[in-house]
Design a protein around this ligand. Structure first.
Ligand code: GDP
Length: 440
């Protein structure tokens, strides 16, 4: 995420680190590089220029040059300014109505349908809501099917009327259906086009006027940079929407849309999409994002994600197994699955301070655990409990079954053995505190 931008900003601050004494000239040079980094990220020229002007004013105001660590102070000023640029405070969604109606808008391919599903899943699992998804795309039957597939995958009902060609009616009927059946959130997915066109705008404006949603969200593909900003402007002029959803942040190395949208439409980014899976949704925190962009990591989000997956009951059971030397490959598999639920590996690494930079040349597979899982699935239940039973012959068989090499199996077994020993040690007198720290 935003790797290019992070790298360029890091280089900009290098100018300050290289000099014994920091002068006005190198501060100016640094800010010039910061501006260039923003422009390369596809941030609009005026926004980039104003940005560095504000940082410069603050730097002068706070007498940066006379402070103990001018470089660090300047990084902090840039961080604060980035936070402001992306909206300052975190913005929530309005869930006041009964039901509360959320209207999704955006171009075709922006990730609207996927995000509608993610939001429904988020509200259902994290906010205890009973959402209803509504398919209002009357042009593409495939779009209706797609929403049904998404709904099925997360166990959320989808309302559609494949024969009805009037999106206003469909949306209104869906709200009636929701009221009659105890749904407290209605998420209306609408038709998108490949580009902004009048007919689409008229249609979504009609739906908007008829159902008066509590929230109108504009979904946009963050990888489209300045185009994303222009589209946002066009939709905002018609809908006066409440918030922006930036999707595909996982593939966005530049970050221009994230940095520009707030200044242009003056609406907050509320959520971001970071992958194709239903769990790949994050509340957007401008300050945490600014820290990530500056390579400071985002430990708060990392810990939050770990806590979400953490189940005390399970942890206690696990602890008992470790104490009794019964920790097996099945338990290991469960652990892997929990880590996977926290997000994709690249994203997690990006949350560790400094790790993104240190690992920038390391190829991290999206599914880094694929081979490990395949190996474990090829073991018999007894072997998973007692790995010592796996002899040379069985290793060859497991390698064949899992499409891996015997060396990979040896490596996994060695790692597993080390891990088991370490866990056992942590159970000992000195390890109690460590386990406590981990929540056990
Ligand atoms: P719609 O036409 O606006 O409804 O867009 P879709 O929901 O069909 O999404 C278009 C494509 O983008 C699909 O292939 C999605 O899987 C993909 N997509 C959506 N959100 C994300 C995301 O956050 N990250 C990634 N990598 N892909 C996404």
């Amino acid at each position: 995420m935003f790797d290019n931008l992070s790298e360029k900003l890091d280089k900009a601050f290098h100018i300050l680190k290289g000099h014994g004494k920091i002068t006005e000239v190198n501060v100016a040079d640094t800010l010039k590089e910061v501006r260039r980094a923003l422009l390369d990220a596809d941030v609009n020229f005026k926004i980039a220029k104003d940005f560095t002007a504000r940082v410069k004013d603050k730097a002068i105001g706070q007498d940066v040059l006379t402070t103990l660590q001018p470089g660090q102070l300047l990084v902090k000023l840039v961080k604060d300014e980035l936070t402001e640029l992306m909206g300052g405070d975190v913005a929530g969604v309005n869930l006041q109505g009964t039901p509360s109606v959320i209207l999704m808008s955006g171009l075709q391919g922006s990730g609207k349908t996927t995000f509608s599903g993610k939001l429904a899943n988020y509200l259902q699992t994290k906010k205890n809501k009973k959402p209803l998804l509504v398919a209002c795309d009357i042009y593409r039957p495939a779009a209706i099917n797609q929403l049904h597939v998404v709904g099925d995958s997360i166990g959320v009902e989808v309302y559609s009327e494949p024969e009805n060609k009037n999106p206003v009616e469909i949306a209104q009927n869906a709200i009636k259906h929701a009221k009659a059946n105890g749904f407290n959130v209605v998420i209306v997915d609408t038709a998108g086009r490949l580009a902004v066109d009048q007919e689409m705008m008229d249609e979504i404006a009609r739906v908007h006027d008829a159902i008066k949603p509590q929230e109108t969200l504009f979904v946009v593909d963050s990888m489209t940079g300045q185009d994303a900003v222009n589209t946002a402007k066009a939709f905002n002029d018609i809908l006066n929407f409440d918030g922006v959803i930036l999707t595909k942040l996982d593939g966005d190395t530049r970050g221009g849309a994230a940095l520009s949208i707030k200044s242009v439409v003056n609406k907050p980014i509320k959520f971001v999409g970071t992958g194709e899976k239903m769990e790949a949704i994050d509340v957007f925190y401008p300050d945490r994002m600014a820290e990530r962009i500056l390579g400071m990591g985002d430990v708060v989000s990392l810990v939050e994600r770990a806590q979400e997956q953490f189940n005390e009951e399970e942890a206690r059971k696990l602890q008992k197994k470790i104490a009794k030397n019964e920790f097996g490959f099945d338990d290991f598999l469960t652990q892997i699955q929990q880590v996977k639920k926290m997000g994709n590996m690249k994203d997690l690494v990006g949350m560790i301070p400094g790790a993104s930079k240190a690992m920038k040349d390391v190829e991290i597979e999206d599914d880094a655990f694929k081979h490990i899982e395949a190996i474990i699935y090829s073991m018999t239940p007894l072997e998973r409990k007692k790995p010592a039973l796996i002899d040379v012959k069985r290793k060859a068989r497991i390698a064949k079954g899992s499409g891996t090499k015997v060396e990979q199996i040896n490596q996994l077994m060695k790692q597993f053995d080390q891990m088991s020993k370490m866990m056992k040690m942590m159970q000992g007198p000195g390890g109690k505190n460590l386990m406590k720290m981990m929540g056990g």
